[in-house]
Design a binder for this molecule. Structure first.
Ligand SMILES: Nc1ncnc2c1ncn2[C@@H]1O[C@H](COP(=O)(O)OP(=O)(O)OP(=O)(O)O)[C@@H](O)[C@H]1O
Ligand SMILES: [Mg+2]
Length: 311
């Protein structure tokens, strides 16, 4: 009778879960593949990104972008900065075509992204979201799914580069440790490292990092940054960061405020023009504006004098 009771309970919970999943699957997707999709852009152009007069409003919200233009040449490293709610995350998600835009177009390698198969489009990008999702599987599986078919050595290398092995090797099961439902057994910084390992393993021409190192302490951030600079070599990168020292060395910084690009330029150009960016930098560096070193050596980020976040 006891066992029968157990079986009945398992059956009951499976039925409930199945009902929930069925409901999810019944929701019709809003982003659809085109009838006759275009082929993926040629590899040598796959890193070119253009936003052309993009209009976008979140469902039921005020328009966020109106006629937004942004041109990112192949291989460029762009830092996206600005106040909370400025539209940085939305911009990266539009490029992934998580939602369709209301006007204008977004181009990758000369192709309109809505003309590509979603699978092909997303295959061009490695995305580290602001709040990376973890599956209740092992650390290894959580990294490996970024590129099905990756070899054990490649997974290990990615885990090493993102400093996942640093904490994984201290666990009794190493990379075979289960991370818990939604990764609850990992700290915020550890989850971010797993997400970075995924991006490294993915090996895609475009890199989208949304606050990817924000939960790391300054010391680990410097180490992980070095791995990221190596990863960015020869790729296009869009990097969102509140901690400005993280992006100060990028080729170009784009300051977004309430859906508008208010400033663009290198760290030094923006400091010199004394606008929004200069103010933010001043806040974070405690007023020591001239302490920023020349952006020559990407492996050495500017002195991390700033507070963690100005939000
Ligand atoms: N799913 C959504 N539905 C409705 N409004 C949204 C949604 N996601 C974001 N917004 C709104 O769009 C605006 C831009 O949000 P977004 O997340 O792009 O900002 P952000 O620059 O990434 O901010 P943060 O620095 O805090 O991450 C905000 O006003 C936000 O409230
Ligand atoms: Mg965001």
């Amino acid at each position: 009778m006891f066992e029968f009771n157990q079986i009945y309970r398992r059956l009951e919970s499976s039925m409930t879960e199945a009902a929930q999943f069925t409901q999810l699957l019944l929701t019709p997707p809003t982003v659809l593949d085109p009838q006759s999709p275009e082929p993926v852009p040629e590899p040598e152009r796959a890193g070119e990104v253009r936003f052309e007069k993009v209009d976008f409003a979140h469902a039921g919200a005020q328009p966020l972008f109106a006629g937004l233009d942004l041109d990112v040449p192949g291989g460029a490293k762009i830092g996206l900065v600005g106040r909370s709610g400025g539209g940085k995350t939305t911009l990266t998600r539009l490029l992934l075509r998580m939602t369709d835009i209301d006007g204008g177009r977004i181009m990758i390698g000369g192709r309109d992204i809505s003309r590509l198969r979603q699978r092909d489009l997303r295959g061009l990008m490695a995305y580290v979201p602001q709040d990376p999702a973890m599956f209740h599987r092992t650390l290894r599986e959580n990294i490996a799914f970024a590129r099905p078919g990756a070899s054990e050595a490649e997974i290990r290398r990615a885990a090493q580069a993102a400093h996942v092995t640093e904490f994984a090797d201290a666990l009794p099961d190493g990379l075979d440790t289960m991370v818990g439902e939604r990764g609850v057994k990992l700290s915020g910084g550890q989850r971010q490292r797993v997400a970075l390992a995924r991006a490294i393993l993915r090996d895609a021409p475009i890199l989208l990092l949304d606050e990817a190192t924000s939960a790391l302490d300054s010391e680990s951030e410097i180490l992980v940054q070095e791995a990221l600079w190596r990863l960015m070599e020869g790729r296009t990168a869009l990097v969102v960061a509140h901690r400005l020292s993280t992006v100060a060395h990028m080729d170009r910084l784009v300051v977004l405020d309430r859906g508008r690009i208010v400033e663009q330029g290198t760290h030094h150009e923006l400091l010199a023009c004394g606008g929004t960016y200069a103010k933010l930098w001043q806040h974070q560096s405690g007023g020591f504006l001239d302490e920023s070193p020349a952006p020559a050596a990407p492996s050495a980020p500017p002195s991390p004098r700033q507070g963690d976040s100005w939000r």
